[in-house]
Design a protein around this ligand. Structure first.
Ligand SMILES: [Zn+2]
Length: 152
């Protein structure tokens, strides 16, 4: 018997760009506290530079001798919706920058983003160097984390 294997392989030697992308996504992330109806976030597990807070994805494409590296959430949006319209940003409903879950993302202008940040109080959290609460006399009530009760 003769089996023709032309062009078919059981295991792709080179995963597609998209496969490489999803391999770095954790689909069981936290549920956003302020928007629980959105369901769990899908945080990027690859590189996330502190400065931007957004996941970075190396597309594997080289242009002018440099790897083309994109923001992971933008890439995710593009996968599902096509190119991001000129001048628009991809924003997060869940306010979780590393999240790449398509239905947590929407497009808007930079202005929307800033307004959104102000509305959510992100601007001062970023600006505050100490990051400590309670200077104004409000001591946050922190429920003690209950230790996962025992498997003995
Ligand atoms: Zn999210």
């Amino acid at each position: 018997m003769r089996r023709k294997r032309l062009g078919t392989t059981t295991l792709p030697a080179h995963p597609t760009t998209e496969e490489r992308f999803w391999a770095k996504v954790d689909k069981q992330g936290p549920i956003p506290a302020h928007r629980p109806e959105l369901g769990p976030c899908w945080p990027w597990t690859g590189a996330v530079p502190k400065r931007s807070g957004y996941g970075r994805f190396n597309t594997g494409v080289k242009r002018a001798g440099h790897w083309v590296v994109v923001n992971a959430h933008r890439y995710s949006w593009k996968l599902h919706n096509g190119p991001v319209p000129d001048g628009l940003c991809v924003l997060h409903r869940c306010d979780n920058k590393p999240c790449v879950r398509p239905d947590h993302l929407f497009v808007g202008t930079k202005g929307d983003n800033n307004r959104d940040m102000v509305a959510k109080g992100r601007h001062w959290r970023q600006a505050g160097r100490q990051g400590s609460v309670g200077a104004d006399g409000q001591s946050p009530v922190r429920p003690m984390a209950t230790p996962a009760d025992g498997r003995r």
